[in-house]
Design a protein around this ligand. Structure first.
Ligand code: HQG
Length: 191
């Protein structure tokens, strides 16, 4: 398959499995699973089961998973649908996690910390490179480092998605540091 086609189908799968299954009259169960056969039938973009398997296997962020017998598929994270429960288990996070954002959001983040906005969780990256990519989707990236282990020790729950994204409900401003260009950490509030 051409990379362009794979990307287009991946975007379509993100749309229907995370945000708007009703776009094609698809049903997700309470844990976010959809029948593969339904997607193949209802999708206006036509692709085969074999092509779908290739997209799931080669997806750059491993966004989707099949169940054991490959009759069902779901998105591993990123949902805006509030009713979907991925049954993620809480996990102890590493000492530091990262979040990529842009300048324009910083004043609001300084006031209210990181909020989940339209999604089910705040998304945090295990390394700065990934956070830079996440922030770059919107413009010049600003990287925040998060004292995740300290948060955990103070009772905040962390989840680790199937594809390696760390998730939490919100990050209060006390646990956030701004990483300036020279990579020395600077307290967000003290700027
Ligand atoms: C910002 C992609 C103002 C936050 C990525 C972000 C990720 C605030 C935006 C995944 C704020 C929300 C998620 C506050 C947070 N005030 N702005 N208090 N708190 N924000 O897309 O983390 O390719 O919901 O900084 O790679 O950007 O779709 O979250 O800029 O893993 O698989 O509000 O989506 O993955 O944006 O990205 P998003 P995100 P996929």
């Amino acid at each position: 398959m051409k990379e362009k086609d794979k990307k287009q189908i991946s975007k379509f799968l993100s749309l229907i499995l995370r945000h708007q299954p009703e776009k094609i009259g698809l049903q997700l169960d309470k844990n976010g699973w959809a029948w593969v056969i339904d997607i193949l039938e209802k999708s206006k973009l036509k692709f085969t089961l074999k092509e779908l398997e290739e997209i799931v296997m080669t997806n750059d962020k491993k966004r989707f998973s099949f169940n054991d017998d490959k009759t069902k598929i779901r998105a591993n994270q990123g949902h805006s649908l509030k009713t979907i429960n991925l049954e993620l288990k809480t996990q102890v996070p590493p000492k530091v996690l990262f979040h990529g954002t842009i300048e324009k959001f910083i004043p609001s983040i300084k006031l209210e910390g990181l909020q989940k906005m339209n999604r089910q969780h705040v998304h945090l990256s295990p390394d700065q490179e990934t956070a830079i990519k996440v922030g770059s989707r919107r413009g010049k990236p600003i990287i925040l480092s998060i004292n995740a282990l300290q948060m955990h020790n103070e009772g905040y729950a962390f989840y680790h998605s199937e594809n390696g994204v760390w998730l939490t409900d919100n990050v209060p401003v006390d646990f956030i540091n701004l990483i300036p260009n020279n990579l020395t950490s600077e307290k967000l509030l003290d700027e």
